[in-house]
Write a protein that binds this ligand. Structure first.
Ligand code: GLU
Length: 301
């Protein structure tokens, strides 16, 4: 497996522009920012708008404004996915040439009727793997997963492993509507940005397996991973833009950062209360201790 070889640290925050930043996304942004800055590294911002049907321009603008208000300043230009479709298609062609991508005629409904659910979604039963059934047209493209163990070491949860074929199966890399799937886009983008470290919410931990398989097949480097506890509301529901989690309160950016730091087990002394964002961040970079992130897989905000 290709590994990063002593490269300087490059981290990134990669929100999908489907709504304003809520406190779960502020936690992910802050943790990846602190991890990068404490390592003297670069911190890039990518707007994950590959799913153009769900992406909203005003949400992207709002996210940028919120990060600025919180003092989470990124390096270099913002990378958007929408203009990079050719890169994703090139990657798909490379997979096809090496026999790792194939066209699929199945509809989601057909698969749902028979497919078991794995940690990263439905496990495709393999209907079109050896050719399209007679009379059927290709709708999407799938990655042909090789059997064998996929594993990675998570800086928070330790070693993670899964049997690739039975745990994940052949997943979509280009959808029926012609859009490239998120897993494919993000591995191409992480490599283009030179990302060495992925710090993100624990809800994305299972997604690491298909992403790892793609990275290996495309000969792209594997970053280090740190998945954070999942931020849940008092009812135990994951905070997400799509289920209407309230936007972070930007009238007091310092307080929003302190809340996120407490979630991450890095609460500053009480005297920091009321401090401006810049001061809170200075303290947080100097005192960033990933080992203090609580061990639980979920945490209430
Ligand atoms: N765009 C993804 C999301 O907002 C996150 C991607 C990532 O950090 O890898 O859920």
């Amino acid at each position: 497996m290709p590994q990063m070889s002593g490269d300087a640290y490059v981290g990134r925050f990669a929100p999908s522009p489907t709504g304003p930043l809520h406190c779960g996304s502020v936690i992910a942004a802050l943790a990846s920012f602190l991890d990068a800055r404490a390592a003297g590294g670069t911190w890039r911002l990518r707007i994950d708008d590959v799913d153009s049907g769900r992406a909203r321009d005003e949400a992207a603008a709002e996210i940028l404004r919120a990060l600025e208000a919180l003092g989470l300043h990124w390096d270099g230009p913002v990378q958007y996915q929408d203009p990079r479709r050719d890169q994703y298609q090139n990657a798909l062609e490379r997979l096809r040439e090496s026999g790792r991508a194939y066209p699929c005629a199945c509809s989601r409904r057909e698969i749902a009727a028979v497919a078991p659910i794995g940690p990263a979604g439905m496990i495709y039963p393999g209907t079109c793997r050896n050719g399209l059934p007679a009379g059927r047209r290709a709708r999407s493209w799938r990655f042909a997963m090789a059997p064998g163990e996929l594993s990675f070491s998570d800086r928070h949860a330790g070693r993670q492993s899964l049997e690739a074929a039975t745990g994940i199966g052949d997943f979509i890399i280009r959808r029926g509507d012609g859009l490239h799937a998120y897993h494919l886009a993000m591995v191409v983008d992480d490599a283009a940005l030179g990302v060495t470290d992925v710090v993100r919410g624990g809800d994305l931990r299972p997604a690491t397996f298909p992403q790892l398989a793609l990275r290996q097949s495309l000969d792209l480097p594997t970053p280090r991973y740190l998945h954070l506890p999942i931020a849940v509301d008092p009812h135990g529901r994951k905070l997400s833009k799509t289920n209407g989690a309230p936007p972070v309160d930007l009238t007091q950016p310092g307080a929003a950062l302190i809340d996120a730091l407490s979630f991450l087990g890095q609460a500053p002394d009480a005297e920091m209360a009321g401090a401006p964002a810049r001061e809170v961040l200075e303290w947080a970079v100097a005192n960033w201790r990933p080992a203090l992130i609580p061990r639980s897989s979920e945490r209430r905000v």
